[in-house]
Design a protein around this ligand. Structure first.
Ligand SMILES: [Mg+2]
Length: 163
């Protein structure tokens, strides 16, 4: 079986940064989806499965904080890492209080970036497993008194690869 690539959404309005990040991460087994606007990030996450998102804090239109909130609302398992420049570290810290996994200061130290992304991915996988475990418990509980049809429905629900 081919190894699963990590689907990473990068959202940044700096074209050069977006390009170099994409290149650097693609050779490290990430499937990178680069977009330059928060609005496009929301759209991209609706049409393809995303594991983790790297989101610039300062962007025209939807900023990083708004993008983070919208992504987490629609995809609770996804983990989001905020990118920030000097002078906006306080806002980045605020973002971690409302759901961001972590934040990184630009320019990113690449080893640190890889560590943070790996941890965020690990957390995302754990989020999925928690949900699956919860559902499995529900199934075990309902199996005691439900009809075979209802049990089958529940198993099909479990089998769906929901994000
Ligand atoms: Mg920016």
């Amino acid at each position: 079986m081919p190894k699963k690539k990590i689907n990473l959404l990068i959202v940044d309005d700096e074209e050069q940064f977006l390009r170099s990040m994409t290149k650097w991460l693609e050779v490290r087994d990430f499937n990178v989806i680069p977009v330059d606007r928060g609005e496009k990030a929301i759209e991209a996450a609706r049409t393809q499965p995303i594991d983790i998102a790297l989101v610039d804090l300062k962007m025209p239109g939807m900023d990083g904080e708004q993008t983070l909130q919208a992504l987490k609302k629609e995809h609770p398992c996804m983990e989001v890492v905020i990118l920030t420049g000097h002078g906006s570290v306080d806002s980045a810290v605020e973002c971690t209080k409302i759901g961001a996994w972590s934040y990184l200061q630009k320019p990113c130290e690449l080893d640190r970036l890889l560590t943070v992304l790996t941890d965020a991915y690990k957390k995302k996988v754990m989020n999925r497993m928690d949900i699956q475990e919860h559902r499995m418990n529900e199934l075990l509980e309902m199996s005691q008194y439900s009809s075979p049809k209802a049990i089958l429905e529940k198993i099909r629900e479990l089998d769906q690869d929901e994000e």
